[in-house]
Design a protein around this ligand. Structure first.
Ligand code: ZN
Length: 189
């Protein structure tokens, strides 16, 4: 009986911290081209958006830190250009975990003003757990309040803030010419 109870307790505990318990070694990154030069990368955590072309790679969200090497390798499969920008749709750790590694590799991290603010503070996550402040190297260095645009890889990439949504710093990204939208966790499929 004792054993049965402790097994249940472990299951209950791992349920609340599924991300921490996940074995990232088992994760494979799956790349899908959704429009010319625009890809979706699936691994663990929020799906990654990727624009490639003559200007360089533009990445939307970067999942968890232990996956950065695999994500970079998957990007290198479709482009030989460096990652110039990483845009975070919101501050959650399954969308910003790779920021530090991508920043160190030369990418400029971009996000809404409140993403930077939240990442500098201790955060309460949706499952009730807390996340410590992010290291300086992971913080967005370009931030916006309402909207911004990138004119990159032959695309007009519109970015706007969706207020009062999944967090207080959600961004929606629209690739106008490719007619592709990345909504972060505003739409979980
Ligand atoms: Zn989220």
């Amino acid at each position: 009986m004792r054993h049965a109870l402790s097994a249940l307790a472990i299951i209950a505990m791992s349920g609340t911290s599924a991300f921490a318990q996940r074995d990232f070694d088992q994760v494979e990154i799956k790349t899908t081209e959704v429009a010319e030069g625009v890809y979706m990368l699936e691994g663990a955590g929020g799906n990654i958006g990727l624009s490639v072309g003559a200007d360089g790679a533009f990445v939307i969200d970067d999942q968890f830190a232990p996956l950065s090497g695999k994500i970079m390798a998957a990007i290198a499969e479709v482009t030989d250009k460096p990652v110039e920008f990483v845009l975070n749709t919101h501050y959650h750790g399954d969308h910003t975990g790779g920021n530090e590694a991508f920043g160190e590799a030369g990418a400029h991290i971009v996000a809404h003003d409140n993403v930077r603010k939240r990442m500098k503070e201790q955060n309460i996550l949706p499952d009730g757990s807390t996340a410590p402040p992010s290291p300086d190297g992971a913080l967005p260095i370009i931030t916006f309040s309402e909207a911004m645009s990138f004119h990159w890889n032959g695309q007009d990439i519109r970015v706007w803030h969706q207020s009062a949504a999944h967090t207080d710093g959600d961004a929606v990204i629209y690739f106008k010419d490719a007619n592709v939208v990345h909504m972060g966790d505003l739409m979980i499929n």
